[in-house]
Write a protein that binds this ligand. Structure first.
Ligand SMILES: O=C(O)c1ccccc1NCC(=O)[C@H](O)[C@H](O)COP(=O)(O)O
Length: 213
């Protein structure tokens, strides 16, 4: 059984669908070039009735302090997800200035990318192990690409971690089995079109993630 984060929610209906299905993390994307971008005031409106125990995660790509303050003054967030090229020192700064736990995304394509898990494990509260975006991609995440899960064999990050990258209702059970992930994250795998979440796919994803012992 793995806890689920549904990333890139933009409307009340799919926020409810995710909560109803049993998702434990709701991701709101503040990267303006994403098809999943959502404004802070919209997040405030759609996440108002989120029950206790469900964490609201704000996704940022190399945010400056002004952007973080602007969003946080409007949207109630519980966790900051950093999905850019923020170095460890910036992770420390953002934890301090926001007072919120930080989840740092680490892109993996090859074994050498795993070193970053130890570097960020020293400073971040959580890690998101995602497929590395191909060079030149507009989006550093949310591309529906998976990496070779066998790279994680025997790897035990020092902080709680989520698996992400190309997960779908059909593949998540196998991903959990192979990697031992206790948490999983999905964006495009529960969409009917880029940026358009599908309540049935969300339900199927959470059910599949929970079906592994
Ligand atoms: O989803 C986006 O549009 C996005 C844009 C910029 C940075 C990160 C982004 N997504 C990050 C996530 O947390 C995704 O859930 C993760 O990369 C997995 O995405 P997918 O392969 O589509 O499930």
């Amino acid at each position: 059984m793995a806890q689920v984060k549904i990333c890139g929610l933009t409307d009340q209906g799919t926020v409810f669908a995710a909560v109803e299905a049993g998702a434990r993390f709701l991701g709101f994307n503040f990267f303006p070039r994403s098809p999943r971008f959502v404004k802070a005031d919209q997040v405030a409106a759609i996440s108002r009735d989120v029950p206790p125990g469900v964490a609201r995660v704000g996704l940022f790509v190399d945010p400056d302090d002004a952007m973080l303050q602007t969003v946080l003054s409007v949207a109630p967030l519980d966790v900051i997800q950093l999905h850019g090229s923020e170095p460890p020192e910036r992770v420390v700064e953002i934890k301090k200035t926001t007072g919120l736990p930080v989840m740092k995304a680490v892109g993996v394509a090859a074994a050498e990318d795993l070193q970053a898990l130890w570097d960020y494990g020293l400073v971040a509260d959580m890690l998101l192990i995602d497929a590395k975006a191909p060079a030149g991609s507009v989006l550093p995440g949310g591309n529906g690409l998976r990496f070779d899960w066998r790279l994680l064999a025997g790897v035990k990050p020092t902080k709680p971690w989520m698996l992400a990258g190309g997960l779908t209702p059909d593949s998540v059970c196998e991903a959990v089995r192979l990697t031992g992930a206790k948490m999983v994250d999905v964006a495009s795998g529960v969409e009917s079109a880029p940026g358009v979440k599908d309540a049935d796919l969300i339900g199927a994803f959470v059910k599949a993630a929970n079906s592994h012992e």
